[in-house]
Design a protein around this ligand. Sequence first.
Ligand code: T3D
Length: 258
Amino acid sequence: MSAVQISVSNGVLRVTLDRPEKLNAIDGELADAALAGFERARTDDSVRAVLLGANGRGFCAGQDLSDPNAAPGKNLGLLLERHYNPLIRAMRALPKPIVARVNGVAAGAGANLAFAADIVIAARSASFIESFSRIGLVPDSGGTWMLPRLIGHARASAVAMLGEKFSAEQAQAWGAIWQAVDDDTLDAVCERIVAQLAQAPTRALAAIKSALRDAWMRDLDAALDAERELQSELGASDDFREGVEAFAAKRQPSFRGR
Ligand code: T3D
């Protein structure tokens, strides 16, 4: 049985971590299977949005600390290069939106996996912990890059150095996630959002994702230039034509992602 379940329906590809007995801790197999899911999302034209979730009581406990490949003395940099970095790169480069459904604790690389999604919804009972410093490591999986951008340097320093758990509500208040929702509404909220994204103008969402991501490295002039280029492309898209026609006709648009 695979450590990750992958399925596609109604334009949504679901990547579901499935090692519940280990709180979905990441080993090489799980990381590779998740990467294969995002690769399929990239190449399958029927996929217009991704839902990243997990089975069991936790979202993901980060690196499987019982994995001999990650034991003290091993070259962890190689492990990152082989498994974690390709996964985070694939998520950030995917020209389709990713919704993360965080149902319980998200620790270490598990937290940063969630933060690499475009929209993060967490159950109110869920929590996040940058647990790396507790075992003598630095936040990886993009954490050092993502955290200060999401929550600011002061909070990023504290959560990374202290390694204290913070709640879904705290994560929302800090801007690390989009929403903390009542536990019994988590599925409904995630399904509604991912279904909406799967009906949205996919090329525009891809442009929004890349423009926002790249803006973190650009000055205003470069961002204005990038917006000009993207808008030139989108202005010629079928979905823009449909959006404008639907607006004029006072009807709901039917976007096809083209
Ligand atoms: O190779 C490298 O190391 C480089 C890459 C690093 C990336 C990283 O992610 S480093 C960070 C690794 N993760 C952690 O340090 C988190 C360790 N886990 C915890 O701190 C806690 O378990 C949690 C906060 C995640 C959850 O706490 P709690 O109280 O809800 O559950 P628990 O009782 O601690 O854990 C439940 C079971 O899951 C338990 O097993 P048992 O005793 O029932 O047989 C526990 O050992 C196991 N488990 C939890 N986390 C991991 C794990 N097993 C393996 N690896 C884990 N990360």
